[in-house]
Structures are given as structure tokens and as C-alpha cells.
Design a protein around this ligand. Structure first.
Ligand code: HEM
Length: 385
């Protein structure tokens, strides 16, 4: 039921994992303070994300300041131009090629390295390897620079949080990443298929008026969006494989695997909260939201709304997932969803082939609360056949 709640200390509230649970359950739209609203119910979140006057662009947004104009922080025609630059890289045809030629060569070494071991910190030691390998290859970045990109990119996740963590260091990391992307562009790949070359060609062919620096900022945003989301989510997948009671062999079936991935996406969406702004006075589910307000939409809350998902905290494959929105909805809905699901499915398939059992051996789990959330503090053993 829609309504308004209020809180005394929004920053403290938002620092908590599953912060939406600390707001009155009978309300979907909450005024947290002057010019600050939180949207938590499934229908309300979907309405807010699709609302034409709830926009992504804002001069005070940390990500826009740090990255420069880019796809995530733009609206309207400019945003559509950014999206059409990325479309050829994420087409079904390109994904089929990545699945055949790129992904197996990254997934097999990872599975080899974890088979038979117990990992105490899967997220930091292993989860990034496949996503960084994929996105570096697509961007045309030399494999020897992957660790450097990882080290520079990971702290940037905090730029997407609210309240944000924007420091001299995050700005220095962005500058260095843009320099490295440009340097790799100058080195050119042999086949002309790198992201920068593809988006520059698309720009020129379609007559899209974006500057070189906007193209590079979008490449960097693509990098962050394609790597850190997936590293966090692969951690959640492994955690859920280790906790689930069913036989690993069942995950060798395509349809079972898809259901499994979708249910983990519902419970552990790596993007927990999306920050937007009201460009006009408007209403969400009948609640007034004044112009210029920040609007925090909770994907995590929407995906555990008990009015949509029966027993929402329970992991249950095969349930109806209509209303689960881990990739968001509206103009900014994730264009990488198909690539991501292809990557996850292949990874699970190979793990299920190689391992007899995946077991959580230590579980003092918490969840990182905002951008790129994943279970923390667990050990996992990959037992082999
Ligand atoms: C588990 C995997 C992933 C999840 C859950 C996810 C989720 C999301 C969400 C919720 C958004 C909307 C953010 C916002 O509106 O502020 C988004 C945007 C985006 N994602 Fe993903 N993503 C994933 C993987 C990927 C991958 C693998 C790529 C590319 C290789 C990618 C590329 C992008 C891009 C470019 C945007 C910006 C779109 C725009 O602003 O129009 N994502 N993603």
C-alpha cells in the first residue's frame, strides 16, 4: 500500500544491508529527509524507474562528475546515442561468438584453479577473473593489464553508492583508467573489433555526435558495469551453489541452470539501489515528490516484496519470477543482461561437470549493502569427482 514514512538519520539507514526493511512496511514511498525519497515496493520501484520525469542526469551525481558524460548518467536523445553505440557489441550474434570463442578459454582455467581446493575469500581471489577477461578482450585491452585494471576499477564501485564515496583517489583512478584505455586504443587490435574501434565506427556510420572523450567515458562505464556486477554476482552464485540442498548434477541441465541463475538474481541483485532525480514535481504511487528530489529506488526491496514473491527470503527455484528486476527496467535497463547470463550459465555448467560437490565450510556471511553487493565472510570447498 503506498504512503509516506520518515526517518531521522538517512545516511545511517542507507549504510545498512537491506535498508529497505527498516522503513515502515505499509509504505512504498518514503520521505527520508528534505529532497530525499526512497522507493521500496515492487510496483513503486518499477513505476519510478520507468517514469519519464525521474531522470539519471544530475550535476551533483558523483559518477557523472568522475567519469564525465556517459551512458549511465544521460537521458533522452543523448542517452539513446550512447546506447546505440553499445548495441553492436552486445548483439545476440556477438554474444554467440563470445560464448564459443572467448568464454571457454577463460572459464576452464578458473575451474581448473579452484577444483579440489577450499577458498577462504572467493570474491577477492577468483570471482573477477572471468568477467575481467571477457570485458578486457571486448575492449581490446592487453591481458597483461587485467590486474592493473582490476586494482583501479574496484574502488570505483563506491562512486555509485548513496551517500557516495568520492575521493581524490577515485578521481586519480578514473584518470589513469582513461589514460590506459586511450593507450590501448592507440596500440590498435589486429582485427579492429575492440570496443573503442567498434563504437567509433558505429558513431561515424550513424552520424552520432559524441566527442572522443564521451566515447572513452562510456567505454570506462561499460568496463565498470561489465566487470564488478558480474564478479559480485559470481560470488553469490557460488555461495548459493554451496548452500543448496540439491545435487550439483542437476545443474548440468540448461533449464534448471537458468532457473537457478534467475532465483539467485532475485535474492542477490548486485545493483541493490539505483539513484535517480525528479526533474519535475511528480507523484509515485500517489505520493508527492518535489522537483530536484533524489529518488533512491531499491531493486533489492522490489525483489523481496512479499506481495509479489511468496516467502520472499526463501531460495526456491521454479517459482514465478515475474516482477524480479535485477537488471532494472526502463530506459537504462541493463544492455549486458544476455551476455552476463550466458557467462554465468557456462561457468556453472563447467563447475557442475568438474565438481562432485560445492560446500560452504565457513559461513559468517553478511551482505555488502549497496553497489555490487555479494555475500561476504564465507569459505567454500570445490570437491572433485
Ligand atoms: C549480474 C550481472 C549484471 C547485472 C545484475 C546488471 C545490472 C544492471 C542494472 C540494474 C543497470 C541499471 C543501472 C542504472 O540504471 O543506474 C545496468 C546498467 C548497465 N549495464 Fe549491467 N548488469 C550486469 C552485467 C552487465 C554486463 C556483463 C555488462 C556489459 C558487458 C553490463 C553493461 C551495462 C551498461 C553499459 C549499463 C548502463 C546502461 C544505461 O545506462 O543505459 N552490465 N546493469
Amino acid at each position: 500500500m503506498p504512503g509516506i514514512g520518515t526517518v531521522d538519520n538517512p545516511a545511517a539507514l542507507l549504510a545498512k544491508p537491506h535498508w529497505y526493511r527498516n522503513l515502515p512496511a505499509e509504505a512504498d514511498v518514503h520521505r527520508l529527509g528534505d529532497g530525499l525519497f526512497a522507493v521500496t515496493g515492487n510496483a513503486a520501484v518499477q513505476e519510478a524507474l520507468a517514469h519519464p520525469d525521474i531522470v539519471a542526469e544530475h550535476p551533483l551525481k558523483a559518477s557523472a562528475r568522475a567519469f564525465g558524460p556517459n551512458v549511465l548518467d544521460a537521458d533522452g536523445p543523448n542517452h539513446r546515442a550512447f546506447r546505440s553505440l553499445l548495441a553492436p557489441i552486445l548483439s545476440a550474434g556477438r554474444i554467440a561468438e563470445y560464448k564459443q570463442r572467448l568464454m571457454p578459454g577463460l572459464i576452464s582455467p578458473l575451474v581448473d584453479s579452484i577444483a579440489g581446493i577450499e577458498a577462504d575469500d572467493f570474491y577477492n581471489s577468483f570471482a573477477h577473473k572471468v568477467p575481467y577477461g571477457i570485458v578486457c578482450t571486448i575492449l581490446g585491452i592487453d591481458a597483461s593489464l587485467e590486474d592493473r585494471f582490476h586494482e583501479l576499477t574496484r574502488p570505483l564501485a563506491r562512486l555509485l553508492d548513496y551517500p557516495t564515496e568520492e575521493t581524490d583517489q577515485t578521481h586519480a583512478n578514473v584518470a589513469e583508467l582513461l589514460r590506459l584505455i586511450e593507450q590501448q586504443r592507440a596500440a590498435r587490435t589486429a582485427d579492429g573489433q575492440s570496443l573503442l574501434e567498434t563504437i567509433e565506427r558505429t558513431r561515424d556510420r550513424k552520424g552520432i555526435s559524441l566527442t572522443d572523450s564521451e566515447v572513452r567515458s562510456t567505454a570506462l562505464l561499460f568496463f565498470l558495469a561489465g566487470t564488478e556486477t558480474s564478479s559480485a554476482f559470481i560470488t553469490s552464485l557460488v555461495y548459493c551453489m554451496g548452500r543448496s540442498i540439491f545435487d550439483l548434477d542437476e545443474l548440468r541441465d540448461n533449464a534448471v541452470r537458468d532457473d537457478f541463475i534467475e532465483e539467485v538474481l532475485r535474492l542477490y541483485p548486485p545493483v541493490q539501489t539505483i539513484v535517480r532525480f525528479a526533474s519535475e514535481d511528480l507523484t509515485v504511487q500517489g505520493v508527492d515528490v518535489p522537483r530536484h528530489s533524489a529518488v533512491l529506488t531499491s531493486i533489492a526491496g522490489a525483489n523481496r516484496d512479499p506481495r509479489v514473491f511468496d516467502n520472499p527470503d526463501r531460495f526456491r527455484t521454479g517459482r514465478s519470477l515475474k516482477g524480479s528486476i535485477p537488471f532494472a527496467v526502463g530506459a537504462h535497463a541493463c544492455p549486458g543482461a544476455m551476455l552476463a547470463k550466458t557467462e554465468f550459465s557456462l561457468l556453472i555448467e563447467k563447475l557442475a561437470e568438474r565438481c562432485s560437490d560445492i560446500v560452504i565450510t565457513r559461513d559468517r556471511t553478511g551482505t555488502e549493502s549497496q553497489s555490487f553487493a555479494h555475500p561476504t565472510n564465507f569459505s567454500v570447498e570445490f570437491r572433485t569427482k
